[in-house]
Design a protein around this ligand. Structure first.
Ligand SMILES: Nc1nc2c(c(=O)[nH]1)N[C@H]1C(S)=C(S)[C@@H](COP(=O)(O)OP(=O)(O)OC[C@H]3O[C@@H](n4cnc5c(=O)[nH]c(N)nc54)[C@H](O)[C@@H]3O)O[C@H]1N2
Ligand SMILES: Nc1nc2c(c(=O)[nH]1)N[C@H]1C(S)=C(S)[C@@H](COP(=O)(O)OP(=O)(O)OC[C@H]3O[C@@H](n4cnc5c(=O)[nH]c(N)nc54)[C@H](O)[C@@H]3O)O[C@H]1N2
Ligand code: SF4
Ligand SMILES: [Mo]
Length: 732
């Protein structure tokens, strides 16, 4: 008898009738895979493939990239502007002029009545960089509100803040190629194989050529921790304790690179003094990692020659997110592991263009990593844009997570949401819902009209999506890559760039400024603004003056800094040990851990952890409608440990109710050893689910919510009723 493939049908790839392949960069995660979209004779996008000679992915794509062609025509796409008086009225289709006139007039009325900052704008990490730059110019230079932020507060804010505190500027100093040089890799709160599958593939390739220790710190037994040599199942929210203990061992045992510290760092003695309190036995009691393992990992890391750390949301989404990042930077500074091949502090970013908005969006400052607090920066940008520098605020305004409470308090009356869906993605969504109901004007700009936030909107602006537009994304390793327009926008939807340019025309001061229509021209303008000297006298790191759309396309992505006249960008930052602080030195920061999270107790005995799965992206406006993604997890569920399930009498695939101090949610039980006995993990992709439960205490520096630390209890429910409710909730 024959077994295996020979008896089965061969894999059959249908001919999609592709006539032309067009170049883009994937629009989901921050890996930055180069992708080609196949266009058929009718001009429709029918399929995708990886670009073989692209430095990032070398032809690879993950499930989301492979199925990305179907998002253009996915259910729910909006194709015309819509307006209504009150959010419970029916939508009325309107022209672009009507929608934009109404929006601009209302902004002006509200600003005149309540003050300039009564209008808030919340942006995203999912537009093209040229769009971010133009949006920033419009909001900072014409509308003039200081309450301008992005969903990156939910995502990368702690990394930005930690980089700034340690090094004096934002920007991940390493690159993917570091995997090929490192001798030890330590990953914190990142599930790389699921969330950045192609970065993980790069790491695996490196590991297959040359073995080095891989250590994963995560309270769950994720796919990444299963592939690791050492898994450290940390107590949620205690990474700072572990990091201080690692620094303790390294400094006490004389394993630090004292020469590097002396030449390039301030604050050594203060750090040493503080970490004396974090001896391994004391730290073990808090973070749950044994004293022996702490010593073992500290020695491995410090003696490795070249060691690198990566991290994602397990660190950033915490009440000590910014401190956690700075503590990772401490670890790499004291071991001399910055700016050298295989030695780095590499924040794995999130959304496709989380980097682009940090660089050029002006959300927390001014374009090109400039600060509102710096008078020279205000003058530079003011002159370049044709705006009186006094028109710019003198300090940054509210973060996204502070904008919603300010709406609640009545200080903000109008909100413009661009490419973000806080009704599903913010903590404590019941409160967000009430907040949105209070607004006099809510504008939602999104390609999909079924995005939950639109339920409370007065104006809906239908945006073109991804490769219906042209422009650039910057990925995790500072690589700027191109999206070309592979097909025209659906129906009457328009590119975000076009929408911002049209909105700009409706504000006084427009005549003195320039708003180029072509993304390639906007890019060159950004290049000009990126040139010159940095505040401390050295060259600016964020310099893209040597790039153009054409050069980026030819190279399949270029890294910044790439200065005028250069042909290749820098793979790493700070290779000379000079940091962007005035004295050129990095800061070692002494940070004590404070126990301020909501923790499990008798009433709510489980840790509530949340995050992602490989087949879905965020609030599922896209992957929820892509059959080949959605079929793998079509409904909300929790991971629960078999011992806990047995104790509660819960079977695999039972419906249960999760209850927190904020609210409740119905989920299916997936009984698995992935989580410890006192924890449940719920993917956040589903509406009316985990974010009804989350508390979201804020990090004091970054204002990022602690999405991953809360407390819940599990209740049994009537299976039939719960099933019906679940079906009703999951419209798609
Ligand atoms: N498939 C897919 N890929 C994505 C996305 C997506 O939605 N879907 N989103 C993109 C975006 S925007 C982002 S930000 C990234 C996020 O990428 P990741 O951060 O890798 O993903 P998460 O699942 O949010 O969280 C990672 C891990 O943090 C762990 N964790 C929880 N609490 C702690 C803690 O206290 N300490 C430590 N050390 N770990 C902890 C969780 O158990 C979880 O396994 O993914 C990007 N890529
Ligand atoms: N509990 C819990 N909550 C979380 C997290 C968690 O781990 N746990 N993670 C947080 C993180 S890291 C993030 S990044 C946030 C993400 O939270 P959101 O930003 O709210 O999530 P998305 O679903 O990505 O929303 C983006 C919206 O932009 C739209 N869009 C896509 N492309 C375009 C475009 O070109 N133009 C326009 N105008 N719109 C476009 C999409 O249709 C979608 O509606 O969620 C956060 N929330
Ligand atoms: S790894 Fe990220 S960038 Fe690459 S195909 Fe998948 S979602 Fe797209
Ligand atoms: Mo994110």
């Amino acid at each position: 008898m024959l077994f295996g493939r020979r008896k089965k049908n061969p894999i059959y790839l249908p001919d999609k009738g592709v006539q032309e392949w067009k170049y883009a960069t994937c629009g989901y995660c921050s890996t930055g895979c180069a992708i080609e979209v196949g266009i058929n004779a009718a001009g429709e996008a029918v399929t995708t493939r990886g670009v073989a000679d692209a430095p990032v992915n070398q032809g690879k794509l993950c499930i989301k990239g492979i199925t990305e062609a179907s998002i253009f025509t996915a259910e729910g796409r909006a194709n015309q502007p819509m307006l209504r008086q009150r959010h419970w009225d029916d939508w009325q289709p309107g022209s672009w002029d009507a929608a934009l006139d109404h929006s601009a007039t209302e902004f002006k009325r509200i600003q005149a009545e309540y003050g300039r900052d009564a209008v808030a704008v919340v942006s995203t990490g999912q537009l093209l960089t040229e769009e971010f730059y133009t949006h920033g110019k419009l909001v900072r230079g014409l509308i003039g509100t200081n309450n301008y932020c992005g969903n990156t507060t939910l995502c990368m804010a702690s990394a930005v803040s930690g980089y700034k505190r340690s090094f004096g500027a934002d920007g991940p100093p390493g690159c993917y190629e570091d995997f090929e040089h490192t001798q030890c890799l330590l990953a914190f709160g990142s599930n790389l194989p699921e969330q950045h599958p192609v970065i993980y593939w790069r790491l695996k390739e490196a590991l297959e050529k040359r073995k080095f220790p891989l250590i994963v710190v995560d309270p769950r037994v994720t796919m990444f921790s299963q592939f690791a040599d050492i898994h450290m199942p940390i107590v949620p929210g205690t990474d700072l304790v572990l990091l201080n203990a690692l620094a303790h061992v390294i400094l006490e045992e004389g394993l630090a690179d004292e020469e590097y510290i002396l030449a390039h760092c301030n604050g050594r003695d203060e750090l040493h003094e503080l970490v004396k309190r974090y001896d391994p036995p004391s730290a073990a009691k808090i973070c749950g990692i044994s004293a022996d393992q702490i010593r073992q990992v500290a020695r491995l890391y410090a003696c490795a020659g070249a060691a690198m750390s990566i991290w994602t949301m397990g660190i950033n989404q915490s009440t000590h997110g910014s401190d956690g990042v700075a503590a990772i930077n401490n670890l790499n500074l004291i071991t001399g592991n910055i700016g050298k091949p295989g030695g780095t502090s590499l924040s794995i970013t999130g959304q496709c263009n989380a980097m682009g908005t940090r660089e050029w969006g002006s959300t927390t400052g001014l374009a090109g990593h400039r600060a509102l607090e710096n008078p020279e920066h205000r003058a530079e940008v003011g002159e370049f844009w044709g705006v009186d520098p006094d028109f710019f605020p003198r300090q940054r305004g509210l973060a996204m997570t502070d904008i919603f409470p300010a709406i609640e308090a009545g200080e903000i009356k109008a909100l413009w949401l661009v490419a973000t869906n806080p009704m599903t993605s913010m903590p404590n969504t019941a409160r967000i819902r009430k907040t949105l109901e209070k607004l006099e004007l809510l504008i939602v700009q999104d390609p999909y009209q079924d995005v939950e936030t639109a339920q409370y909107a007065h104006v809906f602006l239908p945006a073109a999506i991804w490769a219906e537009k042209e422009g650039t994304f910057t990925n995790t390793e500072r690589r700027v890559n191109l999206v070309t327009q592979v097909k025209p926008p659906l129906g009457d939807s328009r590119s975000d760039l076009w929408i911002f340019n049209q909105m700009a025309k409706r504000f006084p001061g427009y005549e003195n400024m320039s708003f180029p229509e072509a993304a390639s021209e906007v890019f060159l303008e950004m290049g000009r603004l990126s040139k010159g000297e940095a505040a401390h006298g050295g060259q600016r790191y964020l310099d893209i003056s040597g790039m153009s759309h054409a050069s980026i396309l030819a190279a399949r992505g270029q890294q910044w800094p790439l200065r005028e006249g250069e042909s290749e960008g820098a793979r790493r930052l700070y290779c000379d040990g000079v940091y962007p602080y005035a004295d050129g030195k990095a800061k070692l920061l002494a940070m004590d851990w404070q126990d301020i999270n909501e923790r499990p107790d008798a009433e709510f005995p489980f840790w509530l952890n949340s995050g992602r799965v490989v087949e879905h992206f965020h609030t599922r406006t896209r992957t929820g409608k892509v059959g080949n993604c959605n079929k793998f997890s079509p409904t909300a569920y929790m991971e629960v440990n078999p011992d806990a399930a047995a104790e509660l009498g819960i079977e695999h695939l039972d419906y249960v109710r999760l209850v927190s101090r904020r609210g409740d949610a119905i989920v299916l039980a997936q009984v698995t050893q992935r989580v410890p006995r006192n924890m449940v993990f719920v993917p956040f992709h589903f509406h009316d689910c985990v974010n009804r439960l989350t508390l979201g205490l804020l990090d004091p520096y970054s204002r990022q919510p602690a999405f991953k630390q809360g407390a819940v209890r599990i209740e049994k429910v009537d299976q039939l009723a719960a099933g019906q409710l679940n079906l009703a909730l999951r419209a798609y």
